[in-house]
Design a protein around this ligand. Structure first.
Ligand SMILES: *Cc1c(COP(=O)(O)O)cnc(C)c1O
Length: 223
């Protein structure tokens, strides 16, 4: 008998495939990352047993503990939260990708001898207190990342701001992605779309979807 978790995962995957076809895209070009923040390692283990390979976490200590406990399951850990530079080296130790690179200092701190995939996080709110680089600063940050050892620039990442139509926000992300590709033709990825707006993100070219509650159910309160 399928578990509730398995059923939610399958339902989301069907919705992703439908949205991709609706957008005239091949669902196989999409990476579905299950965001497991605040959930115990046991839930991640269940997801792995259901075939999930890509998981997302937003806090270093929690992510490091889960990655250590579940080493050997072959999971790709995606770091999606704000990251202090003094934790960058430790995150590099377990992460397959960091989606939240938003400043030169963090890029420098993430440098290393082995490849690490990075996404440049865009701040779509106009509020400098929020994470992400203002779209006007994308180009110089990208130039810096391209010249930093060990960083593989995959593309851009964004969260649609509250109070704006997600589709309109993702349209701006797509435009930023196109600008980035003039400078870095291989940086074609777009990390965008969460439980409430992945359909809109897929319509605007998202390649990496970060989906939590629609698959995991309600998150426990952060500890
Ligand atoms: C928590 C989180 C998600 C997932 O959000 P849901 O609404 O649970 O799907 C995606 N991206 C980021 C950056 C997050 O922090």
């Amino acid at each position: 008998m399928a578990s509730a978790l398995g059923e939610r995962l399958a339902a989301v995957d069907r919705a992703i495939a439908d949205a991709a076809r609706h957008a005239g895209r091949d669902p196989r070009e999409l990476t579905r990352i299950v965001v497991t923040k605040f959930h115990p390692a046991e839930l991640v283990r269940e997801l792995a047993a259901l075939g999930v390979r890509d998981v997302g976490e937003n806090r270093h200590q929690e992510a490091a503990a889960k990655a250590a406990e579940l080493a050997g399951l072959g999971l790709n850990w995606h770091f999606i939260g704000q990251l202090q530079s003094n934790k960058a080296k430790a995150v590099r130790g377990y992460a397959h990708a960091v989606h939240s690179v938003d400043r030169v200092g963090l890029a420098d701190a993430l440098a290393g001898r082995t490849p690490l995939e990075v996404f440049l996080e865009l701040n779509l709110t106009g509020d400098p207190a929020r994470g992400g680089v203002d779209p006007s600063g994308l180009e110089p940050l990208a130039e810096h990342v391209l010249s930093t050892e060990g960083l593989v620039l995959r593309g851009v990442m964004a969260v649609a701001p509250l109070g704006e139509e997600p589709r309109a926000a993702f349209e701006r992300v797509r435009a930023a992605s196109q600008e980035l590709q003039l400078l870095a033709p291989d940086a074609t990825a777009i990390s965008a779309g969460m439980s409430g707006d992945f359909r809109e993100a897929i319509l605007e070219g998202a390649t990496h979807l970060r989906i939590g509650t629609a698959i995991t159910g309600k998150r426990p309160t952060p500890g």
